[in-house]
Design a protein around this ligand. Sequence first.
Ligand code: SAM
Length: 562
Amino acid sequence: MVALPDGLTLGSSSPTRGRSVLASKVFSPGAVIAVFAHGEGAPGIAIPDNPHLARTCHYCLAIATDQDPNVASPVRVRACTGCRTVYYCSSKCQKADWALAHGRGECKAFRRVRAPDPASSEKEAGKEPDPSHLILPTPVRTLVQVLVRPEIQAAMAEMEGHVETVRTTDPDVTWAGMELQARAALHYLNRELSKSNLADAMEILCKLQVNSFNRLDADIGQSGTYFNPALAMVNHSCIPNAFVQFIGRAAVLHAYREIKKGEEIEISYIESTLHRSQRRESLKTRYRFDCACPRCKEDLDVYQVCQRYPHLELNLFSLVPDLEKLRNPPVKQHLQSNDSLQKYIEEIYPNCTESLQGVPLPEKSKLLRQRWNMCARLRQAELYAIDPLTQVFVEANIYFCEQANFPYALAVSCFLALNSDPYRGPMPFFGPRVKGMLMVAKLLANTAASMPSGGSAGSLSARLSEALGKMDQATMCQTILSIVVHYCPAAHSKEWQVYHQARDLLKDLESLPGREMENAVISAFTTNPTKAEEADFFKLMVLDPIQKLAGFALEIMDAEFA
Ligand SMILES: C[S@@+](CC[C@H](N)C(=O)[O-])C[C@H]1O[C@@H](n2cnc3c(N)ncnc32)[C@H](O)[C@@H]1O
């Protein structure tokens, strides 16, 4: 039986959802429900994925910072001299990992992968083998780790894996692919490729698929696999009441809204802002169930979900203190029961959502033009928080930053912070929303330092420059950073990169000479944001200018991409 941390109990199994995790006390919005750390009696897996292997400590998961000139005491990682596949930041981490898994067969298996194959055709042709071929894919490395750790296999014994469903519904792709992965792990562990060994390994792969997490935070290059048997008991909802954040080897479960005693804790296994058809497909393909949460049943869009969240009043300390905007979103139609709009989104979605990272600027501009035009119906309906339209704004923002056109990027960031982020994450401590505010603050700092030339009189960029010139960007930036710093611990922790960046920038601003009065006003606002005088300051000095900047965004998008 799985042991759950204090404050949580295991609900009895239901035929449709299996077991569940219930709150045994009340949790307030943002509160830490439980920390899932690994140790004696609590076995778990936390490993980096292949693209991050050479920059991440394989034990504590610290990210190497030795290439960042701004870091005072950088983290360096060194390869294990045995397998040259995994890296460590210290001998302490290396020793701990050796005892946990690496010295129990993992290192030898990874070394075998790198050993020259006598039959290699590349060797015959005198070519060096491709180094990426010398490392097993992440799912196979995860399987190797489970196979060398019987305690993990024991913890997995009663876990859901939907093995029969995978085998019978998808024999040619998923099942056949898993068999290859199972064979690779057994081969490099020097284990017999017997029927029973293969069946056990395939079962583990199925269980990992259903019960492990992708440990993803693009901002700090963090990504990998995380498995914890207790956390794996938490079920899914597309309107979750909790969320998970990863810190080193631990996972922290936070309440997203107030959770009552006896209520089931539910997280979202997938990006909860996805469109219904994408959510359905992701949940079916990986987790093998049809979601029957209220959002799926009633087909609610993100605006309707936002309307239903309690505690919208927490937004009084955010960039959308006008709660009416959240309670009655200013959209022209909803997706619910609008078959034609739904079908249209499903059609444009695949052509609008592929990442444009690394695409050369002229090609990116062409693709953004196509995407902006494809999203015309969503724009007309003013559904700015609905994908793929939101994603087009996000890609455009990156495009403007890459072109060093910071005023345009700032206008688009302000637009997203007011018209998209709050609906996609109604709680002001929602991680992507906090990151969005940091983006606005950083761009304000950038545009304050070097004002653009502004273009010809009356042009869009001249009007934007003129508007920026009239704003107190330092005060706007400092106030927004104070909000970011306030919410960071709830959204993640004080170890979050977003927190460090916001706090450092905030300190720089606070220590500028001659800002004693501004510092006092901002401090009064953060202490008591709803007091009349403080709220007036925020509206006049921060919100109205942000609104003004956001007002340029649609014109910018049309000018660049229409
Ligand atoms: C990580 S496990 C969660 C714990 C699981 N209920 C158990 O008893 O082992 C994920 C599996 O739980 C079930 N599940 C989770 N959320 C669900 C939901 N909202 N509706 C139906 N089944 C769900 C599915 O079988 C899914 O593959």
